[in-house]
Design a protein around this ligand. Structure first.
Ligand SMILES: Cc1cc2nc3c(=O)[nH]c(=O)nc-3n(C[C@H](O)[C@H](O)[C@H](O)COP(=O)(O)O)c2cc1C
Length: 143
């Protein structure tokens, strides 16, 4: 059984809800999923000991929120090379954050990434619940 960590940054809870659904999908696939908020991750030690990671931030003013940028600097020191990776984020119209997180995980951390970032306008519209659960299953399949 793999162990996965989902880390969420969120201002009005949309991205956190997506993170919870991703964790549900990981569990449906028979693995363990832990969900944390970015503020819970104080240093690289808190990121160690997992087979895969999903990092999520909403987009505000064309960018991820500051706490997720800090998380990525912590993650840089956590030796995540070849670990399974995924990124996600709630958005309104442009949704840059999930792709930026995805590229950082792929290019800088050299993680084994799922096919693409998951961007959802809200977890409950456009089949978003199922998409987020399936995304968790895809991540789990790489772990
Ligand atoms: C002040 C403000 C700026 C925003 N800027 C963007 C933006 O640049 N691009 C975008 O796609 N969505 C933007 N949004 C929409 C948010 O990404 C959206 O509300 C999202 O669901 C918030 O997620 P959260 O609940 O996880 O914080 C903005 C929302 C607000 C209130």
């Amino acid at each position: 059984m793999g162990r996965f960590l989902v880390v969420c940054a969120s201002r009005t809870d949309q991205t956190r809800q997506i993170g919870d659904l991703i964790a549900e999908g990981i569990r449906m696939a028979g693995h363990e999923a832990v969900v944390k908020m970015v503020g819970d991750i104080k240093n690289e030690e808190s990121l160690k000991g997992y087979d895969g990671y999903a990092f999520g931030s909403p987009t505000y003013h064309g960018d991820m929120i500051q706490s997720m940028k800090q998380l990525l600097f912590i993650a840089e020191r956590a030796e995540l090379e070849n670990k399974a990776g995924a990124s996600f984020g709630a958005y309104g119209w442009s949704g840059e954050s999930a792709e930026r997180i995805f590229n950082t995980m792929s290019i800088i951390f050299k993680m084994k990434m799922v096919s693409s970032p998951l961007m959802l306008k809200a977890s409950w519209v456009q089949g978003g619940m199922r998409m987020a659960q399936d995304y968790g299953k895809e991540l789990a399949s790489l772990g």
